[in-house]
Design a protein around this ligand. Structure first.
Ligand code: GAL
Length: 695
């Protein structure tokens, strides 16, 4: 449904623009702070996240609080009209805390306790750390609960990592006891511990995975990862107790991450679980634009996939970009500046996919330590006369022009299933291509076909409701948790179209292989039996050819690489066949009629042309519409947000050269970026963007 979501707080009327502000690093520089306020206005920034790493500046000694500097900053920001996102500072702690309570220090996989230093270096189980963070958050919430600038809590920072201390080991065992009903036999079976004589005879023998200990029992690895997610969420829940109690109307979030250089979600935590506990999903987006290993437009599609995933975590509710860089980062392998125009373009892309903010790391470059060369709005030079500042200010203006887009929804009829636990299990499996089985790339390869056509896609976990989609694609659905196959069956029998690929329906939620033939519980709906899977060397390939009498309007031959599965139809029709090797003439693509719907199975990893043609055909058959009726040139992305009144069409050129895009005849649009009227065609500059609204 076209919908307008409300903003995260009634005080927020438009896009939030601004970001991490670390004045705690500048307490001895009052002139700088004064200058910041002037520059913030010039940059058209209206929202700042503060106190992310402010703990030692507020509590320099245990129980001694020096809030005065923070009072000044919050008041200063409020006076110049900014909203404040207030952080709880648990991501890094004062040295006195580690010194006095060493149990808060994290123990690594090798069972060595870290020294004090860095950040994100704490135990999530430690009762002391839980108590100290909660206590601090209570004092913080009490102090600022009525502050007019406060619009959101930013809890900690990018939770990540795991601790292997004795407290965590004990908590892990308790977690396992609960999960396996205090029954060690149940655990031994789920983990298949008969293998290599690993059967446990008492709970105390169980430890977290370790490089010098147990690390080959997949059910064990999987449960540890699940435990780490739950323990992290539990720590977060402990942190927010006072926030919920004292400021019940202030929304709470924590910033999620992406993975780089391969653009995907962060894999250390199951965000699908975490998202349920935050009021709004936020993420820190740092794509390596203009890299030499991927075309900018391909990277843009991968970034789009992650945006769509994070939007889908809360069923379409707009997300926030809590961090991105106005220019470069300092931790990619090669730290390239964003080319002119890319900052506006990449920001518009985030918004096109459902973001309601563009917030940066960080406002001003620090003078010292490891992030001094990370991009920021204000550079060491300290004034506004540079390219980055100008581009930020330009974006600030555009965001003001786009204000009515805030809260607009993205409507998708297609969903791609991406699932964290599935990723963990695939990565752990020994077989196929050991180093990288490319699960995320496989999901993104299907996604690209829709991206090029301007067809919106949701990216969902296997537990989500499927009923609102026309087409659901589950690439490499290796793990099938209980209930999932049944929901897919219901979806298809009610008329939905389901597509799955090779290496699906292999293991259950414990990473135990399904017996009785793959794709396990998906056999019925797919109408096939997958006998074996062949892995090809990098230079090898097979070919997939559509049969002449195939029900799809396709006749070409496509290349298959990496994986070819030997599949037998068990009720399904064969649409395409392999052309070579001992499985020549065997099914490469099948379709099974099931109830009112259809289920397709792609038996090999095929080239982009296959995805373009196959999904093009699917879109036509299922009447899945592009948001754009004219041709979309290569490297251009078209996305749409809409509310009850208007549609906003984002046309974005990810090429380093101009592109001309034809528009629907007889329509007059206003480009909300330039505020100009546009008719019939638009010429997009290199990295140019227009946001079209019908006049
Ligand atoms: C983020 C982090 C920020 C800053 C930034 C640099 O992951 O939350 O504090 O370090 O990276 O890109």
């Amino acid at each position: 449904m076209k919908k307008k979501y409300s903003t995260i707080h009634p005080k927020v009327k438009g896009f939030m623009h601004g970001g991490d502000y670390n004045p705690d690093q500048w307490v001895g520089y009052p002139d700088i702070i004064e200058e910041d306020y002037r520059l913030m206005k010039l940059a058209k920034c209206n929202t700042f996240s503060i106190n992310i790493f402010g703990w030692s500046a507020i509590e320099p000694e245990e129980g001694t609080y020096t809030f005065e500097w923070l009072d000044k900053i919050i008041n200063g920001l409020a006076e110049q009209g900014s909203h404040v996102i207030l952080a709880t500072p648990s991501g890094a702690r004062p040295a006195w805390l580690s010194q006095k309570y060493p149990e808060v220090l994290r123990v690594e996989k090798n069972r060595q306790r870290n020294l004090h230093g860095l950040r994100h270096n704490h135990c999530f189980t430690s009762p002391v750390y839980r108590e100290k963070t909660q206590q601090f958050n209570r004092i913080l919430a009490e102090r600022y609960k009525d502050h007019p600038a406060l619009i959101m809590w930013h809890v900690s920072n990018e939770y990540s990592g795991e601790c292997h201390c004795d407290l965590c080991q004990a908590a892990f065992r308790e977690w396992l006891k609960e999960k396996y009903h205090n029954n060690l036999d149940e655990l031994n079976h789920a983990w298949w511990t008969g293998f290599w004589s690993h059967t446990f005879s008492n709970w105390e023998q169980i430890e977290s995975p370790a490089p010098h200990g147990e690390n080959q029992v997949h059910g064990h690895n999987l449960d540890w990862k699940r435990f780490v997610t739950e323990q992290t969420i539990d720590f977060y829940k402990n942190e927010i107790v006072p926030l919920r109690e004292i400021t019940p109307t202030i929304p709470v979030t924590t910033n999620f991450m992406g993975s780089y250089p391969e653009m995907g979600p962060f894999l250390g935590l199951n965000y699908d679980k975490f998202a349920k506990e935050v009021d709004v999903v936020t993420w820190d987006s740092y794509p390596a634009w203009h890299g030499d290993y991927q075309e900018t437009s391909e990277l843009a599609a991968d970034v789009g996939f992650v945006h769509d995933m994070y939007r889908s975590l809360k069923d379409g509710q707009p997300f926030l970009i809590l961090e991105c860089t106005p220019s470069l980062v300092n931790w990619h392998k090669v730290n390239k500046t964003k080319r002119p125009g890319m900052h506006l373009l990449s920001s518009m892309q985030s918004i096109a996919h459902g973001a309601d903010s563009i917030l940066y790391f960080q406002w001003r470059k620090g003078r010292g330590a490891s992030e001094k060369f990370h991009g920021a709005v204000v550079d060491h030079v300290g004034h506004e006369h540079n390219r980055v500042f100008r581009e930020v200010a330009e974006l600030g203006e555009v965001l003001e022009n786009l204000q009515e887009v805030v809260g607009a929804s993205v409507e998708a009829e297609v969903a791609i299933i991406y699932d964290w636990e599935n990723q963990w299990a695939i990565d752990d499996a020994q077989g196929l291509k050991i180093e990288n089985k490319e699960y995320i790339n496989t999901c993104q390869a299907q996604y690209q076909a829709f991206w090029k056509k301007g067809i919106p896609v949701d990216v969902i976990s296997m537990d989500k409701d499927l009923s609102k989609y026309k087409l659901v694609i589950a690439p490499m659905l290796y793990m099938v948790r209980p209930g999932v196959a049944e929901r897919i069956e219901t979806f298809v029998s009610n008329g939905g179209t389901f597509v799955s690929t090779y290496w699906s329906g292999i293991v259950d939620e414990h990473d135990l292989c399904f017996l009785g033939g793959f794709p396990g519980p998906l056999k019925n709906v797919l109408g096939i039996w997958a006998e074996e899977i062949d892995t090809l060397y990098d230079k090898e390939f097979n070919e997939v050819k559509f049969k002449e009498e195939s029900s799809l309007n396709l006749s070409q031959t496509y290349k298959a690489r990496d994986y070819c599965e030997v599949v037998h139809p068990k009720g399904a029709n064969v649409l395409a066949e392999f052309q070579h090797d001992y499985y020549q003439g065997m099914p490469a693509l099948t379709v099974n009629r099931y109830g009112k719907g259809e289920a397709y199975y792609i038996a090999s990893r095929n080239d982009a042309q296959f995805h373009d043609d196959f999904y093009g055909e699917m879109a036509e058959r299922l009447d899945i519409k592009s948001v754009f009726s004219e041709e979309i040139p290569k490297g251009v992305s078209v996305q749409r947000r809409a509310n009850e009144h208007h549609e906003y069409t984002f046309v974005m050129n990810f090429n380093d050269h101009e592109q001309t895009v034809k528009l629907t005849k007889d329509h007059v649009y206003v480009d909300m970026v330039s505020q100009r009227e546009i008719k019939s065609t638009v010429v997009l500059k290199p990295y140019g963007v227009v946001v079209l609204k019908k006049c």
